[in-house]
Unconditional design. Structure first.
Length: 521
């Protein structure tokens, strides 16, 4: 069945008589309403519609004091009128009445649900979904709305949302077999027969008298095991994206029970455990991935990361070292080993690990950056500069890397090259204080005080106590001949410097500030 064909849902009735006794007795409204209900209950829907409409006319026109009704009661009459039309397959007329109902009483959840039923009957699934969701806004436990959303999403082949709403329908009505049955059909239509059988069995367990409906829109097809496995993966991904980690875990476990060799599912399950802070479980599942599997190295890197988070630094390194002996050509291992060696205070060993990582991962910007970081820490500035230039070349949009490269140029008095880098950074971080300050410093040293002044002023607007900006702004104003303003900024600088117990002007000696991800990250 195509998406444009209707799905058959049943409209909901209400306990109409509750609270309605005051207008039921002794009025034309009450008499018409009672006659309409009697006709409705004996399935005489044509006469029911006539009587309900007469009741509404009496309420609007006759004006009897006892015939005054609340919006909720008027909405209920519209709802029953719509139901009577729906049972006669007059979905256009039913839609009109349901719209009147929701406009009269927007809080009536059943009216929104029935509006969704009318849209679904006309194959307007997007509008049906919106109406069912609105019904749930007013009654989160409305079983019918969850079930109907599951059916609509299943028709649209959105397995994740369908699964979620079927599951919520089961929670709202634990003894209902129908959502479990349709979950089974959804699995079966994608070739996931084992999971489908579980759903069918569960449906009969909770409702032994359940009679299987005639289903024409879920074709049973034979698919390869690979296609079925991919469907499991898509379903789990959808569930995770929508925040249903427990359901995604259930799907991964079902897939692994069926196909234990699906180590990709095992890896993703480990990631799920790690993300939800079940770290020991994550390590346990990662360790089950064999060395020949493509996910083995990633799993070992993640085990090492978890161990490092738990302060088991040496054990974290041993995991990587053992893995590197089995996979000596995988640069990711050496990259991670370099970080841990840095944490262990073994600088030279970390450099060697990063150098090997760069050899194996020549196009990895992080590897070049971290190698440059270590060179810089060891005082090999020219080597660090070359490594960071390569990192920026490989990742031109990595603006933290570009900032660090600019800073390195400043240290080597290459203010022209530094300015070029800082200008690029400010295109993406126009309000960053330190980048504005560094670019201002470059222009000052390049004897372009007019370009430096607005940058230093911008810094001071954001941080009036930025002493270095005050000092250089005063110097720039002196350069352009504005002596009074220059001296004013320098006096302000002297005042703040004294407060902070700083001695003398800062000159060009700047505190290094590495902005990219640090080595231990």
């Amino acid at each position: 069945m195509s998406v444009n064909e209707p799905i058959n849902f049943m409209p909901l009735d209400l306990d109409t008589f509750s609270g309605s006794e005051r207008f039921m007795a002794g009025t034309r409204l009450g008499a018409a309403f009672s006659q309409g209900i009697r006709a409705y209950l004996r399935a005489d829907y044509a006469h029911a519609v006539e009587h309900f409409r007469s009741a509404l006319i009496a309420a609007y026109i006759e004006g009897e004091e006892r015939a005054q009704i609340y919006n909720r009661e008027r909405a209920i009459i519209y709802l029953y009128t719509g139901n009577a039309l729906a049972f006669q397959e007059d979905w256009g007329g039913a839609l009109h009445e349901y719209l009147e109902a929701v406009q009269t009483d927007p809080q009536l959840a059943e009216a929104h649900y029935n509006l969704g039923v009318a849209f679904a009957a006309q194959a307007k699934l997007d509008k049906a979904i919106a109406a069912f969701k609105e019904a749930l806004e007013h009654n989160q436990q409305l079983y019918e709305a969850h079930f109907s959303l599951g059916r609509c999403y299943q028709r649209l082949d959105d397995a994740g949302r369908a699964y979620i709403h079927y599951d919520q329908a089961c929670n709202a009505r634990p003894q209902a077999a129908e959502p479990r049955y349709y979950m089974g059909l959804m699995h079966q239509s994608h070739g996931a027969f084992e999971l489908a059988q579980r759903c069918f069995t569960e449906a009969l367990r909770v409702e032994p008298t359940f009679i299987t409906p005639e289903v024409q829109d879920d074709a049973l097809v034979n698919r390869s095991e690979e296609e079925v496995a991919q469907w499991y993966y898509r379903l789990s991904h959808d569930l995770k994206q929508q925040g249903y980690e427990e359901e995604a875990e259930r799907i991964y476990r079902a897939l692994l029970q069926w196909r234990p060799q699906e180590h990709a599912a095992r890896y993703l399950l480990g990631n799920l455990f790690a993300r939800t802070r079940r770290l020991d479980q994550a390590i346990e599942i990662y360790r089950q991935i064999p060395s020949y599997d493509p996910h083995f190295v990633d799993a070992r890197v993640r085990i090492s990361t978890i161990l490092k988070m738990q302060s088991h630094i040496r054990e974290a390194y041993d995991v990587l070292f053992d893995c590197a002996r089995q996979h000596p050509a995988d640069g990711r291992l050496f990259l991670s080993m370099g970080k841990i060696l840095y944490d262990l205070g073994k600088g030279m060993a970390a450099v060697k690990a990063f150098e090997r990582a760069v050899q194996l991962l020549p196009h990895d910007a992080q590897a070049h950056y971290l190698l440059g970081f270590m060179y810089n820490a060891m005082g090999r500035e020219s080597w660090a500069l070359a490594a960071w230039r390569k990192a920026v070349e490989l990742a031109p949009d990595a603006h933290s890397l570009r900032y660090d490269l600019g800073y390195m140029y400043v240290r080597r008095n290459r203010f022209d090259l530094a300015a070029r880098e800082f200008v690029r950074v400010l295109q993406f971080w126009p309000d960053d204080i330190e980048t504005n300050f560094m670019l201002g410093l470059c222009f000052k040293e390049l004897m372009e005080p007019a370009r430096a002044i607005p940058l230093f002023e911008k810094v001071l607007r954001r941080n009036p106590r930025h002493t270095q900006a005050l000092y250089y702004l005063g110097a720039c104003y002196l350069q352009i001949g504005n002596t009074s303003l220059g001296k004013a900024y320098l006096r302000r600088y002297d005042y703040l410097a004294a407060q902070e117990h700083q001695a003398g002007p800062p000159g060009r000696r700047l505190t290094p500030r590495i902005r990219s991800a640090n080595v231990a990250g």
